[in-house]
Design a protein around this ligand. Structure first.
Ligand SMILES: C=C(OP(=O)(O)O)C(=O)O
Ligand SMILES: [Mg+2]
Length: 425
C-alpha cells in the first residue's frame, strides 16, 4: 500500500526565537517523504496541549525537545507503522489513544502535532493535490483577510506596550495580493513615522516594531498616522485589530497597565477603555480582552460590544471544542482563534473550526510567536475557508513563509480564488 507509513523520524531544529522545536519526517512505503515543523507560543493558555520540553539547562535555552523526538521515533512510529495516511481522523484518534492523557502530556502535544501535520501533507502527496485541496473540504477557494501585527508589546517585545498585538486589517482590499501590498506599504510608512519621532524601529517576536511609545493609545494614533501616510483611509481601506492578551497583564489585584503608564484597572474599567477605543479608532476585532479565567469579562464584553466588533477567544478557548462549546452557550465571544498546537492534532483543530461555523462564529487561524518556516497554516486556512489569518508583520522569513504561500495559492486558484472582508456589515 503506497499510502502506508513506513517510517517516522524527527530532528531538533530551532524556531524563530532560537528555541528548539521539532521537525517530523514521515516516509511512505513507496519511499517518498514529507516534513512538518511545530511552532511554539509565549503567551500560552493554561489549558493548551502540553509542549514536552527536556528542561536541561545545558541545552540551548534549556528547553530541548529530545524526549518529544524519542516519542515520535519510538511509541508513535511503532503505533502507526503500516497505517494509511488517507484516514487523518483515524490516525489522530490513534495518536490520542497512544498518549492516553487528557492534555497530551505523555507523548507531548508537539510530538503529536508534528506527526499529525506530516500525515496531512503525506495524504496530499499520495492524492497528488496541493495541501489546501487535500483536507476533503468542499470549495477550498477563499483566501483569508491577513491581519498584520505591526506593533509588538506584552510578552512579545521589550516595548512600552501592555497590549501584545496591534494589527492592520486591509478591509478595503479587493484581493489577497492587494491586501498584502497594502499591509507592506503601511508597515513601511509606520517605520517612517517611528523614525521621524526618533523611536526605535527594531522589531519584536512577530516582526512588528517594538518602540517606546507614550501609551497604548499612542500606538493606535501612530497606526492611524501610518495608514494615512501610506495613502489609505483608516477604517475604509485599513482597519485595526487588537490582541491585548490580557492574561499576561492580569494580576490578583486587577489588570495592570502600568507598563504604558495607565496603572491598575478593574474589569469594568477595562471594558470602558475598550468602549472608548472603539469610538476613537476603527477597531474591528479584539482578542483576549480579558484574562483567560475572567469569563465574566468576556461575557460582559460580548453583550456590550459583540454586535459591533469581533470578540475573539484565544487563551480562553485554546482551540478546544470543550471550551468553545461553553463559550457559545454563555455568549463569551463571537469568534475563536485557531492554533493547531493549542489542541495538538489536525482533526481536533478541524472539529473546533466546524463547531464555530455551526454556531455562526468567525474563525481566525493563527501562527505562534515562536515560528518556523513551515507554511502549513496558509494551506490550512484556505482548506477550511476560515477567511482570516494572522501571521505577524509582513517581515521576517517565518512570517512571510505563510503570507507568500498564500500568494502561490491565489495564483494556483486563478479565477476561482475568492477574497472577502469578513467584517463587512
Ligand atoms: C500568537 C499569539 O501569541 P503566542 O504564540 O505567544 O501565544 C497570540 O497570543 O495570539
Ligand atoms: Mg492571542
Amino acid at each position: 500500500m503506497k499510502s502506508a507509513i513506513a517510517q517516522l523520524s524527527a530532528l531538533e531544529i530551532l524556531d524563530s526565537r532560537s528555541n528548539p522545536t521539532l521537525m517530523v519526517t514521515l516516509t511512505l512505503a513507496d519511499g517518498r517523504s514529507v516534513c512538518a515543523a511545530v511552532p511554539s507560543g509565549a503567551s500560552t493558555g493554561q489549558h493548551e496541549a502540553v509542549e514536552l520540553r527536556d528542561g536541561d539547562p545545558a541545552r540551548y535555552c534549556g528547553k530541548g525537545v529530545r524526549r518529544a523526538i524519542e516519542h515520535v521515533e519510538g511509541d508513535i512510529a511503532a503505533g502507526l507503522a503500516g497505517r494509511s495516511v488517507e484516514d487523518q481522523a483515524a490516525i489522530d484518534r490513534r495518536l490520542i489513544e497512544l498518549d492516553g492523557t487528557a492534555n497530551k502530556a505523555r507523548l507531548g502535544g508537539n510530538a503529536i502535532l508534528g506527526v499529525s501535520m506530516a500525515v496531512a501533507r503525506a495524504r496530499a502527496l499520495v492524492e497528488g493535490k496541493p495541501l489546501y485541496a487535500a483536507f476533503g473540504k468542499s470549495d477550498p477557494t477563499l483566501l483569508p483577510m491577513p491581519c498584520f501585527n505591526v506593533l509588538n508589546g506584552g510578552k512579545h517585545a521589550d516595548s512600552s506596550l501592555d497590549f501584545q498585538e496591534f494589527m492592520l486589517v486591509p478591509v478595503g482590499a479587493p484581493t489577497y495580493r492587494e491586501a498584502l501590498r497594502m499591509g507592506a506599504q503601511t508597515y513601511a510608512a509606520l517605520r517612517g513615522v517611528l523614525h521621524a519621532r526618533g523611536l526605535s524601529t527594531a522589531v519584536g517576536d512577530e516582526g512588528g516594531f517594538a518602540p517606546r511609545l507614550q501609551s497604548n493609545e499612542d500606538a493606535c494614533d501612530t497606526l492611524v498616522s501610518a495608514i494615512e501616510q501610506a495613502g489609505f483611509r483608516p477604517g475604509v481601506d485599513i482597519a485595526i485589530a487588537l490582541d491585548p492578551a490580557a492574561s499576561s497583564f492580569h494580576t490578583p489585584a486587577g489588570y495592570d497597565l502600568s507598563r504604558s503608564g495607565t496603572g491598575m484597572v478593574d474589569r469594568a474599567q477595562l471594558l470602558d477603555l475598550y468602549e472608548d477605543w472603539i469610538g476613537r479608532w476603527p477597531i474591528v476585532s479584539i482578542e483576549d480582552g480579558f484574562d483567560e479565567n475572567d469569563w465574566q469579562g468576556f461575557v460582559d464584553q460580548t453583550a456590550a460590544q459583540g454586535g459591533r466588533i469581533q470578540i475573539v477567544g484565544d487563551d480562553l478557548l485554546v482551540t478546544n471544542t470543550r471550551f468553545i462549546a461553553k463559550a457559545i452557550a454563555c455568549k463569551a465571544a463571537n469568534a475563536a482563534l485557531i492554533k493547531l498546537n493549542q489542541i495538538g492534532t489536525v482533526t481536533e483543530t478541524i472539529e473546533a473550526v466546524d463547531l464555530c461555523r455551526r454556531a455562526g462564529w468567525r474563525q481566525m487561524v493563527s501562527h505562534r510567536s515562536g515560528e518556523t518556516t513551515d507554511p502549513f497554516i496558509a494551506d490550512f486556512v484556505v482548506a477550511m475557508g476560515c477567511g482570516q489569518l494572522k501571521s505577524g508583520a509582513p517581515c521576517r522569513g517565518e512570517r512571510l513563509a505563510k503570507y507568500n504561500r498564500l500568494l502561490e495559492i491565489e495564483v494556483q486558484l486563478g479565477t476561482r480564488a475568492r477574497f472577502a472582508n469578513p467584517f463587512a456589515a
